[in-house]
Design a protein around this ligand. Structure first.
Ligand code: TXA
Ligand code: MG
Length: 323
């Protein structure tokens, strides 16, 4: 079980970031904002720190972590970048894209953080607080989303504290995150680039740069897995009912565009204007708030499966999967 820790609340000024970097360098656990979601950071070179991170999150150890670096140059030292990987890094770093590439001989992300794989997931976040913190560290900071494993990802410092207060050493408060869903993960491992997880960078933007379609490495809306076969993840306490055209008594309503008709114990709209970027930024916060009303289920309106809608639908399907 995770030992209890006093959780410091830090701001994003220079002194507080120096403090956060010092805690990380000593093997501590610090949550920090990125443009996608808050991450729970540990020194990626330090297997003891990484083990403590898995324990704090209650995360299955075979699930490997993303190494965060302040610059593309620093990231490129950790892995071997083929031409496609280089092109994607040039086009989209810093930004909400994670690249999975073969480890380099200089890779400093430890075996435990990579779950023993000979590949490594790397990302350069586009967020002033994350960049300053990573630059102050000077080592790869591995960071999964800063929530208990299987819970909704945090987009505000308060969400981090709700899940992890007393289990981590500090949280750096940088306000709400802008993108709201996790990074898009693309594997460049010798064959054609493969989409492992849709996320904050739309597939269409990646395919324009590659000039060919991404290979599929994840279940899509057009080819959904049986709910039981889909690992439950991002799960609120309430059941989640997708593609709803109305809410039933006892349910909470999560609309997109026009408000869902019907009785509801609570109702929120991801974007009344039907804007997918706005919807992505609000998704996890709205799920948390509706869940707090204690509904029988959360009825969710259909979301178009284009652009950021692909990531939103991926997270919603996981939230709806059997537990
Ligand atoms: O936006 C994000 O990506 C956030 C912020 C904090 O940067 N991080 C995040 O990390 O979402 P996490 O741990 O929740 O998701 C990491 C994903 C996992 O699904 C893991 O399986 C995959 O990355 N991954 C990591 N290394 C991999 C590898 N070598 N091969 C394939 N998948 C890998
Ligand atoms: Mg996560």
């Amino acid at each position: 079980d995770a030992p209890s820790r006093a959780t410091e609340r830090l701001g994003s000024g220079a002194d507080d970031l120096a403090r956060a970097a010092a805690i990380l360098a000593e093997g501590g656990l610090v949550a920090f904002p990125t443009e996608t979601v808050y991450g729970l950071g540990a020194d990626g070179r330090n297997a003891r720190a990484v083990a403590a991170l898995y324990a704090a999150k209650e995360r299955p150890r075979f699930n490997p972590l993303i190494g965060h670096l302040p610059t593309a140059d620093a990231a490129m030292r950790e892995g071997v970048f083929d031409e496609d990987a280089r092109r994607l890094a040039d086009a989209f770093w810093p930004g909400p894209l994670t690249l999975v590439v073969p480890v380099s001989t200089e890779c400093s992300v430890c075996d435990l953080a990579r779950a023993g794989l000979d590949s490594v997931a790397l990302r350069v976040p586009y967020h002033p607080v994350a960049s300053a913190l990573l630059a102050a560290c000077g080592f790869p900071v591995v960071a999964p989303s800063a929530n208990r494993s299987g819970r909704v990802s945090p987009t505000e410092a308060e969400h981090v504290l709700a899940d992890l207060q007393g289990r981590i050493d500090a949280v750096v408060d940088g306000g709400p995150t802008r993108v709201g869903v996790e990074s898009t993960i693309v594997a460049c491992l010798g064959s054609r680039p493969r989409l492992l997880r849709p996320g904050g960078l739309p597939r269409e933007a990646i395919e324009r740069v590659l000039r060919h379609p991404l290979e599929d490495g994840h279940p899509s809306a057009s080819k959904p897995l049986a709910p039981g076969a889909l690992a439950s993840h991002y799960a609120p306490h309430a059941r989640v009912r997708l593609e709803a055209s109305e809410s039933q008594p006892g349910e909470a309503a999560l609309s997109f565009g026009p408000d869902l008709p019907g009785e509801a114990v609570a109702r929120l709209n991801l974007s009344a204007a039907g804007d997918l970027a706005e919807a992505a930024a609000r998704l996890f916060g709205h799920l948390r708030r509706l869940d707090a009303a204690g509904p029988d289920a959360i009825a969710v309106a259909p979301i178009p499966d284009i652009g950021l809608g692909e990531a939103i639908n991926d997270r919603l399907r996981r939230a709806a999967a059997e537990r």
